[in-house]
Design a protein around this ligand. Structure first.
Ligand code: FEO
Length: 394
């Protein structure tokens, strides 16, 4: 693909990666993705925003070269140093040896580790710093945790264009690039928010407030479509999705289970009864019957979880692992957790789940509660006591 002219003096010089199916090892990318970089020519200076992914450095530098000799680039703006934004930095520095680098203070050490170069003469920007390209002014907006501690946005004042890094991005590859020229990518946009931005809701809200004070006409993201027709709509989606989910007035224990023959389910119901008897609210979910987005919402609203699985082939069932792997998307710090489950002969599931809860920094006040096949009255009494103990720890 050729560089794409966005305005008279801005070009998209990024990479299309339509074959990608998994991003960052864990994120699905059914429509591939793009690694967007942008070249801005002022009357006096030329700036390149985002250094792109290392695997594509040859193609990336060749694309830049179609617009400008890289040796003539004055500034390289590094909004973020995760390797999908910066892996090509070392090659780029060789191609553009005169270019000055700009990044946040947190970004500097990442940049040195990515490029394996000391960057003493690079420019650590502060929030609100500006860079004059001649008739075009870049303003730097330090916005940590969107998505790493180092992230910043760059705002092109005269054109009202926000270079938003991961913020408002999507893993969606379409060479038409502009949001009004391609199909509906709402699913990819929301999935991206859930996977990347949801853990940082308060930072998202802070950034939105700041963007509200600007008159943004176009958002040049680092992944997926350039937003030029639905700026307000996309911002509103982020506003809704980043609202904090209020915890109820009463403490709540979410009981989440997957059960092959109903025994683990029976245990979960008794745990809930024990918790209720101790004065807390309970919510009960069969992990096989509820979608992940809703489960995450319910866990976020709760104060603690009891998670249960029967043991099959020495392990907990995949539904429990899937839920626990998604808990990185919400803040579970300080929550109480406990595991339970029935088994036939070995019973590892609840032990393994307990260790994972500890790894996720849940407070785990109780040993797992287990029952061999059909829970006996004594097993069920143990479950009630377990629920009561978790409730008291909330
Ligand atoms: Fe697109 Fe945080 O990487």
């Amino acid at each position: 693909m050729r560089p794409l002219k966005i305005t008279d003096n801005i070009w998209w010089v990024g990479i299309l990666d339509p074959q990608l199916r998994v991003f960052d090892v864990v994120m699905k990318a059914e429509h591939g993705t793009t690694y967007n970089s942008y070249l801005i020519k002022g009357e006096e200076k030329t700036a390149l925003i985002e250094a792109n992914k290392g695997r594509f450095s040859g193609e990336f530098i060749a694309r830049v070269s179609e617009v400008v000799d890289p040796a003539e680039i004055d500034y390289i703006i590094l909004n973020h140093m995760e390797p999908d934004h910066s892996g090509a930095l070392a090659d780029l520095m060789e191609a553009a040896p005169q270019a000055q680098l700009f990044f946040t203070r947190a970004g500097k050490s990442f940049a040195e580790n990515v490029s394996n170069k000391l960057l003493d003469d690079a420019n650590v920007i502060a929030d609100g710093d500006t860079l004059d390209l001649g008739g075009r002014t870049l303003e730097f907006m330090v916005e940590p945790y969107l998505h790493w501690p180092d992230t910043m946005f760059t705002y092109l004042r005269e054109d009202n264009i926000l270079f938003s890094c991961d913020f408002l991005g999507a893993h969606y590859c379409d060479d038409r690039l502009f949001d009004d020229l391609l199909g509906n990518y709402d699913y990819a946009f929301q999935y991206y928010f859930t996977a990347i931005m949801r853990p940082f809701k308060s930072h998202v809200r802070r950034a939105l407030e700041r963007i509200d004070s600007l008159d943004v006409k176009m958002v040049c993201t680092s992944h997926g479509p350039i937003i030029r027709t639905k700026v307000a709509e996309r911002l509103e989606s982020y506003r809704q999705w980043s609202l904090p989910l209020e915890k109820g007035e009463k403490k709540t224990l979410a009981v989440l289970y997957v059960s092959a023959y109903g025994n683990t389910e029976r245990m979960g119901l008794e745990i809930a009864e024990g918790a209720k008897a101790a004065g807390v609210e309970t919510e009960i979910y069969d992990l096989g019957a509820v979608d992940m987005e809703r489960l995450l919402n319910e866990v976020e609203k709760a104060d603690g979880i009891a998670i249960g699985s029967c043991t099959i082939n020495g392990d907990a069932l995949p539904q429990t692992w899937e839920l626990l792997s998604h808990l990185i998307h919400i803040n579970t710090k300080g929550m109480v957790g406990g595991a339970f489950g029935s088994f036939a002969w070995s019973g590892e599931a609840s032990l393994l789940l307990t260790e994972r809860l500890k790894g996720l920094k849940f407070k785990v006040p109780e040993k797992p509660v287990r029952a061999r096949l059909t829970p006996t009255p004594e097993d069920l009494a143990n479950c009630r006591a377990f629920g009561e103990a978790l409730a008291k720890a909330l």
